[in-house]
Design a protein around this ligand. Structure first.
Ligand SMILES: [Cu+2]
Length: 169
């Protein structure tokens, strides 16, 4: 019963939110706090807040950027040109297994999506196919089989049927 669970969560959050608003209204109604008190308490924290946020953001940036999931050498490998158009893909018939390849993906008309699905039907990679622009998608297939390509961006009336396939062997 997911609907009942959602209702319970909604009611729980709503009760907490209403209780918080009532508490704030009661607190505000008691006695006005002088502006100097608000300044000395709140602004003391605010003075260091920007520095803390900047230091934290810089630390997260420095830690996470080296682990960015895209390879830096995106153009090493055998190149295959992929042209998407309404409503099909011009694809190579066979891609070699265990070989670094690069899909050079573009479009002949409007924006499309180039989504690769493995033989088990799981999406394993995707990139935009854009007119007058080439996106490079590096790949290394380790499992032979029939891979399906589907358009992942609505591109017109035939979008839902826009797919193709290639073999990895
Ligand atoms: Cu499409």
């Amino acid at each position: 019963m997911p609907g009942l669970l959602v209702l319970k969560i909604f009611l729980g959050v709503a009760i907490v939110a209403i209780a918080a608003m009532v508490a704030m209204a009661l607190y505000g109604a008691s006695s006005p706090v002088p502006q100097e008190v608000v300044f000395s308490k709140g602004y003391a924290v605010r003075r260091y807040w920007l520095v803390a946020v900047l230091v934290g953001a810089a630390a997260v940036f420095a830690i996470s950027v080296p682990h960015f999931p895209y390879p830096s050498a995106a153009t090493t490998g055998r190149h295959y040109t992929i042209i998407a158009r309404q409503y099909f893909f011009a694809l190579p018939a066979v891609i070699p297994v265990n070989t670094p390849v690069v899909f050079d993906v573009t479009s002949a008309d409007v924006n499309h999506g180039f989504g690769i699905y493995n033989p088990r039907g799981r999406l394993i990679g995707q990139v935009q196919a854009m007119p007058d622009y080439v996106n490079h998608l590096p790949f290394d297939f380790h499992v032979p089989g029939r891979y399906t390509v589907r358009c992942l961006e609505y591109c017109g009336i035939g979008h839902a049927a826009m797919q193709g396939s290639f073999f990895v062997r």
